[in-house]
Write a protein that binds this ligand. Structure first.
Ligand code: GRG
Length: 281
């Protein structure tokens, strides 16, 4: 799945962006690596809900482009000011700030262009396109980033609000989009919505733990940034031990929701989730 996602990302960019420094900068960040979490989530769920078509790989690639744009912009001096991402110098370190900003813009726009094209060719994908563009936008990921910059969390509810938007929105959209293009029973669709929400939060809690416990060699990005920036995170708010207990609790919630799913074979989904819990990078 990973190589199919990566091929689809490359094709999307080379098909739609003229050969230029812009295309090079877009490919640089997309091909620097990464777990391909969001496209994989989409494809694994869509496959479990039915089957996969070319449109699904195109949609999965669009998700990865949106995510990569958010990382480029998050790393800019005006935001987190990071030098390292996916184990390589950040976009603005290699291409300068102006091109990094434009590469991020172009990744987002290319993804939306592709989503519109998918919907034009396959009208049953319109709801999925709406879910993804909304999740990336001003009431989703961008809103979460603003809350994060303004450091508005001082309790668990505040922390969850930021994580649900900044991290959870796009992760959730990957799962919800797969449900939207499939024939899923209403009850199971609601359960997957809850699972998506908990998965986004557990992913963020682990990210907070890794920022304290891991190394930049393993993570491919700088560590200790949260403490340097005095960010309120699961680790700083609860302490490492309780952050890990929260992680365990969330995983149990997800597992309990999964057990209630009635009409979907959850084997591949469960196996993929299991590979994410306790991740080291
Ligand atoms: C700039 C609009 C805008 C949003 C930025 C993605 C994001 C929102 C910020 C990144 C900062 C951060 C550490 C977020 C928490 C978790 C997260 C989204 C980590 C990065 O995603 P991974 O781990 O990255 O899936 P890879 O490189 O594996 O794709």
């Amino acid at each position: 799945m990973r190589s199919a996602i990566e091929a689809a990302c490359r094709e999307l960019i080379t098909d739609r962006v003229p050969e230029s420094a812009l295309r090079e900068a877009m490919l640089y960040s997309v091909e620097a690596g990464g777990k391909r979490l969001r496209p994989t989530l989409y494809l694994i769920h869509k496959q479990s809900f039915g089957s996969l078509s070319l449109a699904d790989y195109r949609l999965a690639a669009a998700l990865e482009l949106i995510h990569t744009y958010s990382l480029i912009h998050d790393d800019l001096p005006a935001m987190d000011n990071d030098d390292l991402r996916r184990g390589k110098p950040t976009s603005h370190k290699v291409y300068g700030e102006a091109l990094a900003i434009l590469a991020g813009d172009a990744l987002l726009n290319t993804a939306l262009e592709e989503l519109f094209a998918i919907c034009r060719d396959n009208p049953q994908y319109i709801e999925a396109g709406y879910i993804i563009s909304k999740a990336a936008g001003a009431s989703g990921m961008i809103y979460g980033q603003v809350l994060d910059i303004q450091a508005q969390a001082n309790d668990l509810a505040g922390l969850r609000q930021i994580a649900d938007h900044k991290t959870g929105a796009l992760i959730g959209a990957a799962i919800e989009a797969a449900a939207a293009v499939s024939d899923l029973e209403h009850r199971d669709r609601l359960l997957f919505k809850q699972i998506a929400r908990d998965l986004g939060f557990v992913f963020q809690v682990r990210d907070d733990i890794l920022d304290v416990e891991s190394s930049s060699d393993i993570l491919g990005k700088s560590i200790g940034k949260d403490a340097d920036q005095q960010k309120v995170t699961a680790a700083s708010l609860l302490g490492l031990e309780d952050a890990k207990k929260l992680e365990t609790y969330l995983i149990e919630q997800i597992q309990s929701s999964l057990r209630q799913i009635q009409t979907v074979d959850i084997e591949a989904i469960t196996a993929y989730y299991d590979s994410l819990y306790g991740r080291k990078n």
